[in-house]
Design a protein around this ligand. Structure first.
Ligand code: FES
Length: 166
């Protein structure tokens, strides 16, 4: 089937079988897409991407769901301002994922931020169930949940400040 989508800001017209996993498509299209994403849904988390702003495991997403989708791998996400909100939070807190899971945890944190009400500055309560669910897609235990919550809290502050300055 023919699929029209955007990968890391570049429009693509793909001719692929309907059930081909997005992870396989990305391995063919993106030079740096992790080749250690091979557990196929067992939650290594290495294949995480943003699909229309939601963090997903690309090995579980069949091609037929991709028409008109906006897909960001860590390579594309790194070039965006939202990524800088998270990067600054890593620097400000001194808390950073290990090299192995940096890409997937960063995209999962963005997935959490995208589900939060950024505009409601009175609501600073973190949804711990949401965070546990999103971050649970990655099996690396380099950070404790309270450290991840700290990063999310600071990244949220950075994002709100940036948007308020616009
Ligand atoms: S390849 Fe491991 S979760 Fe997708």
């Amino acid at each position: 089937m023919l699929i029209k989508c955007t990968i890391d800001g570049v429009g693509q017209l793909l001719n692929v079988s309907a059930d081909k996993p997005l992870s396989k498509i990305l391995q063919e299209k993106i030079e740096d897409f992790p080749t250690n994403s091979a557990c196929h849904g067992a939650m290594c988390g290495n294949c995480a991407v943003l699909l229309n702003g939601e963090c997903v495991l690309s090995c579980l997403v069949p091609a037929y769901r991709l028409n008109n989708a906006v897909i960001l791998t860590i390579e594309g996400f790194r070039r965006t301002r939202p990524c800088h909100d998270i990067e600054r939070a890593y620097t400000e807190t001194g808390i950073r994922p290990c090299e192995q899971c940096y890409a997937s945890k960063t995209l999962m944190i963005e997935g959490v931020l995208n589900r939060m009400d950024i505009n409601n500055t009175r609501n600073n309560v973190l949804d711990k169930a949401l965070i546990a669910r999103e971050m649970g897609m990655n099996s690396c235990r380099c950070l404790e949940m309270r450290q991840i919550e700290t990063v999310i809290r600071v990244a949220l502050k950075n994002r709100r400040n940036r948007i308020a300055k616009k």
